[in-house]
Ligand binder design. Structure first.
Ligand SMILES: [Zn+2]
Length: 60
């Protein structure tokens, strides 16, 4: 597991998540913002060579 962070689109608070690269190069999950409680759709892209994690977050 690797740690990653994203900014909540609703309140701009930083949220931390754990990402398992073995679950695939593209993952989508819903995380409840720890600050404002909104459900945030988090799209995770992992570069297969560098394992660099890119995150796109949006509220539903
Ligand atoms: Zn928030």
């Amino acid at each position: 597991m690797r740690n990653a962070a994203f900014e909540c689109p609703g309140c701009t608070a930083k949220n931390r998540i754990s990402v398992d690269p073995e679950e695939g190069e593209y993952q989508q999950t819903v995380v409840t913002c720890s600050n404002c409680g909104r459900d945030v759709v988090v799209e995770i892209s992992i570069d297969p060579e560098t394992l660099k994690i890119s995150i796109f977050a949006e509220t539903e």
